[in-house]
Design a protein around this ligand. Sequence first.
Ligand SMILES: [Zn+2]
Ligand SMILES: [Zn+2]
Length: 107
Amino acid sequence: MLWKNKPGKSDARGSKKDPDLFSRVRNDVTVMRKQGEPPEKDASSFSRYHCDLCNSTFLATELKQCTLCGRWACTSCWTQEYYICNSCNGILRLHMIQGQDKGRAKE
Ligand SMILES: [Zn+2]
Ligand SMILES: [Zn+2]
């Protein structure tokens, strides 16, 4: 049989959350807003705020603050999995790839 399903080998690293990963990513992320700082208000309306990534306006309830950079993101600029914005998610993914390469490619 070719298809032996051995658990644990294939993506044990990727699926396990690395607590160091976020502190490494945090070092790479420029903090744009302090945690708890409100999103930018849309001057032309009363209850709408700017998404810091795509700059469209949304209701306050539609925006979430990134736990890394502090920017406010709408649902399409948001990575629910890690509670961060898509921009930080890109950095996170780079670190994940680098983490996987570590140990294998030693110079
Ligand atoms: Zn957006
Ligand atoms: Zn972010």
